[in-house]
Design a protein around this ligand. Structure first.
Ligand code: BES
Ligand code: ZN
Ligand code: ZN
Length: 500
């Protein structure tokens, strides 16, 4: 899909589908809608009334275009109340535009720029939201379809009435396109079935990404090398699988002097059966998504060569499967992590924290200014915040603030949760340093975060994002994210890094 942004009159465009926005209760009061209504002999207003179209976000009205226009269909999309959440409304409306074009098999779209730059609106934010939603809504997972019956949208022209808006919008087009491409890389990785998306395949994906830029280098540690580094917690998870573990370390080095060094750690459990503490089949059904944190790291690295932030970035993934065989870790076994701490594994389904323990300790060795991990870590987090909001736990208010701000600007919902030291006793073991599950089943996302904190070095600024809810959509989210992997976190992290 080619996107261009021009200054012009939306009603004078040639396209298969023309898309215009209208605010709540605005009806045909804006000049473009008025002109369109006249051209349609009053049918626009009439159809708005009969179909109860009020201009709310998510509402849409499709009409055949009037003869005077070089367009097949006109789509009117609701933008909600004027002056409120303009960028998010523009995202939803842009997603609807793509969905409609796909459904009707249309290949070109002319889309009104859905907001003017003034005191209330920021043309950058609106353009970023629109471009991102267009590219994300255009995504389809077709790798396993022999005959893909997907309509291809070849071009979208965003038309701004004001030349300055068009210019401002054009400034964010490239970066936003790079970021959306990275999100779609992550979605492909998550959507690929676990039988194919093994740790080795994940390492190959990292190799391909490293090849795309001179600024990215890659180190892959095999099982033997991880043994040398005493990564006993991580390797205990890999023990039950035929698929060899791969520890992936990507490095992005900017050409100019780096302002900061950041480590991003992603949970890379390519399939989580639960191990001997086996999951019920319904819970196992979507567990190919348990490498979503690592997919986010790889999606992010796929953007870095083009986005070129002025920070050094390390992407760290302790990739493994969590399976069952005669060598699988038993509940009650004690394993030793690379920082020397021993862990009583009372539930082999709490495996993510075991892999992250060694990955975080490895990250600490790089002495980063900030360390952020992303993990589909706990069902408890989904119980607490639902399927669309991630949980942020961190030990540094400034870092938390920066991440939350980037998430907000990216339309990725995130909620700050505590790291309460009073619950630390929940994960103390009687016979080892730690136990991998808490003594009660309450506050599971908190106790998991507290567990991870044991592998964060003294004074290290760290944040943990539990993405168990939003990483994988069991049904579409809003208008621009289909069912399946969402690539959650790529947008937030890309903007976080760019703005450091
Ligand atoms: N991968 C799961 C968490 C998960 C749940 C991810 C739902 C995505 C959607 C994780 O490894 C797990 O099984 N966690 C256990 C921990 C428990 C045994 C303390 C859980 O949440 O049930
Ligand atoms: Zn598990
Ligand atoms: Zn897991």
């Amino acid at each position: 899909m080619e996107i261009q942004i021009i200054k012009g009159d939306i009603l004078k465009q040639s396209a298969d589908l023309l898309v215009m926005g209208t605010y709540e209760q605005e009806n045909t009061k804006n000049p473009f809608m008025e002109t369109l209504n006249v051209a349609l002999h009053g049918k626009l207003l009439k159809r708005m009334k009969t179909s109860n179209f009020e201009g709310k976000v998510g509402q849409q009205l499709l009409l055949p275009a009037p003869d005077m226009m070089d367009v097949d269909y006109v789509l009117i999309v609701g933008l909600g109340p004027m002056m409120q959440g303009a960028a998010d409304a523009a995202r939803q409306a842009s997603g609807i535009a793509v969905q409609t074009a796909k459904k009707l098999g249309l290949s070109t779209i002319a889309l009104e720029f859905l907001g003017e730059d003034d005191d209330q609106f920021d043309a950058h934010a609106v353009a970023q939201g629109m471009v991102e939603a267009l590219l994300l809504a255009d995504y389809d997972f077709v790798l396993y379809k022999e005959t893909a019956e997907i309509a291809v949208i070849t071009s979208v022209t965003i038309v701004a009435e004001d030349g300055r808006d068009a210019m401002k919008a054009r400034r964010v087009l490239d970066d936003t396109t790079h970021i959306a491409d990275g999100v779609n890389v992550a979605r492909d990785l998550v959507n690929t079935p676990a039988g194919d998306m093994t740790p080795t395949r994940l390492a190959e994906a990292a190799k391909e990404i490293a090849k795309t830029s001179d600024m990215i280098s890659l180190k892959i540690l095999d099982k033997k090398e991880c043994e040398k580094l005493n990564m006993g917690a991580y390797l205990s998870v890999a023990e039950g699988s035929e698929a060899p573990p791969k520890f992936i370390h990507l490095t992005y080095t900017p050409t100019k002097k780096a302002k900061k060094r950041v480590a991003i750690v992603g949970k890379g459990v390519t399939f989580d059966s639960g191990g001997l503490s086996i999951k019920p089949s319904n819970s196992m059904m979507t567990m190919k998504c348990d490498m979503a944190g690592s997919a986010t790291v790889l999606g992010l690295f796929a953007t870095l060569g083009r986005l070129q932030p002025s920070v050094e970035v390390h992407g760290i993934i302790a990739a493994t499967e969590n399976m069952i065989n005669g060598k699988a870790t038993r509940p009650g076994d004690i394993v030793k992590a690379s920082n020397g701490k021993t862990i009583e594994v009372l539930n082999t389904d709490a495996e993510g924290r075991l892999t992250l323990a060694d990955a975080l300790h490895y990250a600490a060795g790089l002495e980063p200014d900030y360390t952020i991990d992303l993990a589909t870590l706990t069902g408890a987090c989904v119980v607490a915040l639902g399927e669309e909001i991630s949980a942020l736990h961190g030990n540094d208010d400034e870092l938390n603030g920066k991440i939350l701000d980037a998430a907000k600007r990216s339309d990725e919902d995130m909620w700050l949760m505590p790291l309460p030291s009073r619950y630390a006793s929940q994960i103390k073991s009687d016979i080892a340093d730690l136990r991998n599950i808490a003594k009660t089943r309450y506050g599971g996302s908190l106790t998991a975060a507290l567990f991870l904190q044991n592998f964060v070095a003294e004074g290290m600024k760290w944040a943990h994002i539990d993405i168990a809810g939003p990483a994988f959509a069991e049904r579409p989210i809003g208008s621009y994210l289909q069912k399946g992997g969402t690539g959650y976190g790529v947008r937030t992290l890309a903007r976080f890094l760019k703005d450091l």
